[in-house]
Design a binder for this molecule. Structure first.
Ligand code: 5GP
Length: 203
């Protein structure tokens, strides 16, 4: 048994398939939880407040920043996005693996703040595939798509800073790769010292 849950930073450009991959991952493993972020962006069709995001005003978000209740936050495509700290700490202490689905600036803040965090970058197989996926979503206008593609290229350059890169060739292969990463991380000696010492002392 690991002592505490694993904190996982999970990034990838908009349209790389993060949501789909994480949905499947959570279905397959009840020990994995995805943190619900707070954002000031408009709700997209089908999104539910409190499930996909907590949709709030800029004023409310800035109040939460000043109260120090955000684990990290960033401005992305002209909106605030951030992780409320309390639920994450609680899930980790229950031994859950907690995934933060965040962009690269937030990922950097988390890495600087916590030693014990693993980071995974989800890559589209190519920029062409990414563009097709963004267009296929049909939720953004042309200007937003071009802006997101520009940001995507910059973000992919940051993949070098992550511990792991998973290529989203298919949902199944991406989920299997992440499960393998989590499994290997759980078995690391750093996370199992208590168990080892208990075994030794009970002999
Ligand atoms: P979208 O608007 O497509 O839902 O998200 C835009 C970007 O914001 C994505 O890269 C997503 O991972 C990132 N994001 C979502 N929640 C958070 C958060 O809590 N913190 C940070 N830093 N980025 C987030």
């Amino acid at each position: 048994m690991s002592e505490k849950g694993i904190l996982v930073v999970f990034s990838g450009p908009s349209g790389s398939g993060k949501d789909t991959v994480l949905n499947e991952l959570v279905k397959a493993d009840s020990n994995v939880k995805v943190s619900v972020s707070m954002t000031t962006r408009e709700k997209r069709d089908g999104e539910i407040d409190g499930v996909h995001y907590y949709f709030v005003t800029r004023e409310y978000f800035e109040k939460k920043i000043s109260e120090n209740s955000m684990l990290e936050y960033a401005e992305y495509a002209k909106n605030y996005y951030g992780t409320p700290a309390e639920p994450v700490d609680e899930m980790l202490s229950q031994g859950k693996s907690v995934i933060l689905k965040i962009e690269v600036q937030g990922a950097e803040q988390i890495r600087n703040r916590y030693d014990d965090v693993i980071s995974i970058f989800l890559m589209p197989p190519s920029l062409r595939v990414l563009e097709q996926r963004l267009r296929g979503r049909g939720t953004e206008d042309e200007e937003t798509i071009q802006h997101r593609l520009f940001i995507a290229k910059e973000e992919i350059r940051k993949a070098y800073d992550y511990d792991y890169v998973v290529i989203n060739e298919s949902i199944e292969s991406a989920v299997a790769d992440i499960e393998a990463i989590l499994c290997a991380e759980k078995c690391k000696i750093e996370r199992n010292k208590k168990t080892v010492s208990e075994v030794i002392n009970n002999v």
